[in-house]
Design a binder for this molecule. Structure first.
Ligand code: NAD
Length: 486
């Protein structure tokens, strides 16, 4: 049986409290293995190791050398691609088709991109006059922030964790990572790659466990942590932000969404259908940037609904290594219960179920898995909970609109502000509409098209701060001004 241990100071360690929990395969409900839960003592050891490593070779290393080591980490992920792929798909149930194109390659890319970006990140200098006429120079110096706590979710485990670890290490910090309890394996495996690449002990540490009263809370409460970067639910982000207030530690918060898609009558219908199919159903709807509210101009509403439902009905659900499969299960039975509770609520709230709405019939060997049907509703009121709360499953509500102003107002009628997708062939409309949507990322005629140099993050309840490109480097460094009087 596969055992996932904590990784502290370059070594794999069993839980000091002897505590383990199950790692369940969401396709079958069978056990993948067990995970060692970090105790408070284990988290202390990991933070201490990370603090010590700041003083050691990592802290004194040139940017050039650090960057070369991070390229070696990326190469290490590539070399062990199949191992990462199998581990990620066993934990999440997602098809190899998806993880081999997105999760694992992006996991490696996150190290390469930031290893290079850090070398081109400039600071500022100002010359000033002084009363004695001699003047002074101000020179800004960037330093690592220190020990960074990385708290990551289960939907894109390797990708979202390295999205933070890559830039944090490139800037010279050390990290303690707490991966999701649902998907710990690839984060743990990365420890081996770090050792092989020559990352000194203590620079990358992993503690496993849950949130409250477990590794997550022990880590975010720890006074030895200098900053916290988090991806997950908004309510969890609020709790962690409160912990970070102690000691005024910096936070970066990438949280939930209830993202709209706006489909105008002047769109290219084929592109809009193809793009919306991906934005609603990719990764079984478990993408923070995914669409859960679709607004379609009334003149094309019926055609759009029929075509989207027709295409989604063709999805093949199944196991990761079946190359013909489009969709896996949701990540866990607990999440399946949550998604199905919204499926039931939609009916109670008066939805018309256009597609799905329940549990699919699966072959006997998969009957114990966390399967849900791709689902489409119409006819809900704007204040229905299903239209306002994040479900994080393969589902959407589609509603007609009549004017551009109405579409914008509907899109903005949400507590969240992460992403939006706009489908129109009219460039003026694309600019006019996208800039009026209250969100961090607006896509026009595309979705999930990511240039890693660009700002990533959410407004309103979807987050605080931006990562990506220079924005990540800003977060993971402390800017010091040195004023030199001549
Ligand atoms: P979650 O908030 O339940 O858990 C995220 C992580 O926080 C896990 O590692 C968990 O163990 C930890 N955690 C939970 N409670 C904690 C506490 N009190 N203290 C410290 N750590 C704690 O989120 P999830 O269910 O794993 O992920 C799904 C959510 O993540 C969705 O809301 C989704 O929108 C969001 N998400 C956002 C982005 C983004 O970039 N904005 C990306 C992916 C996912």
């Amino acid at each position: 049986m596969n055992e996932v241990k904590n990784f502290i100071n370059g070594e794999y360690c069993a839980s000091s409290g002897g505590k383990t929990f199950d790692n369940v395969n969401p396709c079958t409900g069978s056990l993948n293995g067990s995970v060692h839960e970090a105790t408070r003592q284990d988290v202390n050891a990991a933070v201490l190791a990370a603090r010590e490593a700041l003083k050691g070779p990592w802290g004194k290393m040139t940017e050039e050398k650090r960057s070369a080591i991070l390229h070696a980490v990326a190469d290490g992920i590539d070399r062990r691609f199949d191992e990462f792929l199998a581990a990620e798909c066993a934990d999440t149930g997602k098809p190899y088709n998806i993880a081999s194109h997105i999760d694992i390659p992006r996991g490696a890319a996150n190290f390469r991109v930031f290893a290079d970006a850090v070398k081109n990140f400039s600071t500022e200098a100002f010359q000033m006059a002084t009363p004695d006429g001699n003047g002074a120079f101000n020179i800004a110096v960037r330093k690592p922030k220190g020990v960074i706590a990385v708290i990551s979710p289960w939907n894109l485990p390797l990708l979202l964790m390295t999205w933070k670890v890559g830039p944090a290490l490139a800037c010279g910090n050390t990290v303690v990572v707490k991966p999701s309890e649902e998907t710990p394996t690839t984060t743990s495996l990365l420890g081996e790659v770090m050792n092989e690449a020559g990352v000194p002990p203590g620079v990358f540490n992993v503690v496993n466990g849950f949130g409250p009263d477990s590794a997550g809370a022990f880590l975010t409460d720890h006074p030895g942590v200098d900053a916290i970067t988090f991806t997950g639910e908004t309510r969890t982000g609020e709790i962690i932000t409160r912990s970070a207030a102690k000691g005024l530690r910096d936070v970066s918060m990438e949280c939930g969404g209830k993202n709209p898609a706006l489909v105008f009558a002047d769109c290219d219908m084929d592109k809009a259908i193809e793009g919306t199919l991906r934005s609603v159903f990719a990764n079984c709807g478990q993408v923070c940037l995914g669409t859960e509210r679709v607004y379609v101009e009334r003149t094309i509403f019926d055609e759009f609904v029929a075509r989207l439902a027709g295409e989604a009905a063709k999805f093949k659900l199944g196991v990761p290594d079946d190359k013909t499969v489009d969709m896996g299960p949701v990540v866990s039975h607990e999440h399946q219960k949550k998604v199905l509770s919204y499926y039931q609520l939609a009916v109670e709230e008066g939805a018309e179920v256009v597609l799905g709405g329940g549990v699919p019939d699966m072959p006997a060997e998969l009957a114990g898995g966390a399967w849900v049907q791709p689902t489409i509703w119409t006819g809900l009121a704007d204040d229905a909970r299903v239209v306002n709360e994040e479900i994080f499953g393969p589902c959407c509500h589609i509603r007609p609109f009549d004017t551009e102003e109405e579409a914008i107002a509907l899109a903005n009628d949400t507590a969240y502000g992460l992403a939006a997708a706009i489908w129109t062939e009219n460039t003026s409309r694309a600019l006019r509409v996208s800039t009026q949507i209250e969100c961090g990322i607006a896509w026009v005629n595309s979705w999930f098209l990511r240039d890693l140099r660009t700002a990533f993050g959410g407004s309103k309840e979807s987050g605080m701060g931006r990562e990506g490109g220079e924005h990540s480097l800003e977060f993971y460094t402390e800017l010091q001004n040195v004023c030199i009087k001549i």
